[in-house]
Design a protein around this ligand. Structure first.
Ligand SMILES: [Zn+2]
Length: 434
């Protein structure tokens, strides 16, 4: 029998977090329920150009109006928060992380992590959650680990209000016996189909993660691997997941593995290297998300063991940048995901690195931020990512002008949640973590 997680398990956590966002700050006493934020520049997450000197009117933590600054019509000084020295953007959403694994490049440390039990991994996950938040990330989608630990952690009652991160976790990813995916999941048992295995699972994730190809080769450029599952198998998983409102994310590189996942109706393609133009067109038609995980490949191009491997990784990255440029042109929905936990890809701080690569692929800064905010919120189904009337006043304060971004995202001035600075933000991202 399938033991369901409480249907509203994640909702409970989200609601608790929402109350944590405000309750500790209330003690500092903010007498007004209406306040005005004067921004230097506003990038609202919608993808449009930065807006200079925009004013946000906030009522009880919700944005009620966005307007241009009017020097002849100023609010009461006490109700005005002057952030005119800064650029304001929505908090980030990282759509592909592995919270149970650190981005260390030390092989011994990676081996230890690969053998650790939940009690050993728990403080690591907590540390990664704090890193994410302190780099301006409000929500992550966890793409799986071999013990389902990130899901287990996220399912606990919220231990502490200082972890204001929304975690949507896949639990253990599904791969085939003898194929790639051991580090992030499990396989159906001998003689069992994916659908049978999926039906008898005892813990359900917030979403489903399938692994439908191998990794990208660092020995041979663009080597394609066989798909792991058929269209029919994946279709059934998509239908079963849909019964509880869940989406299916698929690790897939190469033309055929991506094609099959798209035909099966999966919701997002993770990595998607070497999928080709036809698949990108199909993604645009179907509204399937691409999470291109660029920085993980850049890290390999700098850190892989041999010069040959580094060279192939650099070619892979160049090719993927071209695919992302094409995807943007033909209107594929793209959400930002870092693949944090991969070698050299550190939780939280890698978001700014990924943004830089989106810009390198041809996105405007605001377009890249859209992928890291509103697009991610759509993929995860969370109410964040857009600074507009009726939306919660969650935003990041980055000192300086848009021209200094994404770099300045590494040194945020503050993170506002429901219109108030979060007391849990630390400018030094590792302070108090250990
Ligand atoms: Zn991954």
């Amino acid at each position: 029998m399938m033991i369901r997680r409480k249907d509203n398990g994640q909702q409970d956590r989200w609601e608790k977090l929402q109350s944590y966002f405000t309750c500790p700050v209330k003690e500092i006493s903010y007498p007004m329920t209406t306040q005005y934020i004067l921004t230097g520049w506003l990038i609202d997450g919608g993808g449009g150009p930065p807006r200079k000197s925009a004013m946000l009117k906030i009522d009880d933590g919700i944005i009620s109006k966005v307007s241009d600054f009017d020097p002849h019509n100023l609010p009461e000084p006490a109700a005005l928060i002057d952030l005119s020295f800064a650029t304001i953007v929505p908090p980030f959403i990282d759509c592909h992380v592995h919270l149970a694994v650190s981005g260390t490049t030390d092989p011994e440390a990676r081996k230890q992590q690969a053998e650790a039990d939940f009690e050993e991994v728990r403080p690591i996950i907590r540390r990664h959650i704090l890193y994410h938040f302190r780099h301006g990330v409000l929500a992550v989608r966890d793409a799986g680990d071999r013990g389902g630990y990130a899901l287990r952690y996220a399912d606990q009652p919220v231990a502490a209000p200082e972890e204001p991160l929304i975690v949507k976790a896949a639990g253990m990813a599904w791969h085939q016996q003898g194929r790639y995916g051991k580090m992030i999941g499990r396989t159906p048992a001998e003689g069992e189909t994916l659908v049978e295995a999926f039906s008898r699972q005892t813990v359900q994730g917030d979403l489903v993660k399938l692994v439908n190809s191998g990794p990208n080769s660092l020995h041979e450029f663009a080597r394609e691997t066989q798909p792991q599952y058929s269209v029919a198998e994946m279709q059934q998983i998509v239908a079963m997941a849909a019964k509880t409102g869940k989406k299916v994310m698929v690790h897939a590189n190469g033309r055929i593995p991506v094609r099959l996942a798209l035909e099966a109706g999966c919701h997002s393609i993770e990595h998607g290297y070497f999928m080709g133009r036809e698949n990108l067109q199909l993604m645009a038609e179907k509204g399937t998300f691409l999470v291109p995980t660029l920085y993980a490949m850049k890290a390999l191009s700098e850190l892989a063991d041999t010069a040959g491997a580094r060279k192939i990784a650099a070619r892979n990255l160049a090719h993927q940048l071209e695919q992302v440029a094409l995807a943007r042109e033909i209107g594929v929905k793209i959400a930002l995901g870092t693949d944090s936990g991969s070698p050299g890809v550190l939780h939280g701080e890698s978001v700014a690195e990924e943004l830089k690569l989106f810009v390198k692929a041809g996105y405007s800064l605001a377009g890249a931020i859209h992928c890291a905010t509103a697009a991610g919120a759509e993929l995860l189904g969370v109410d964040a990512g857009l600074l507009a009337a009726g939306r919660p006043a969650h935003f990041l304060v980055a000192r300086g002008t848009p021209a200094q971004l994404p770099r300045k995202f590494s040194y945020l001035e503050a993170i506002y949640l429901n219109g108030k600075p979060s007391p849990f933000y630390r400018k030094n991202p590792i302070r108090g973590v250990f």
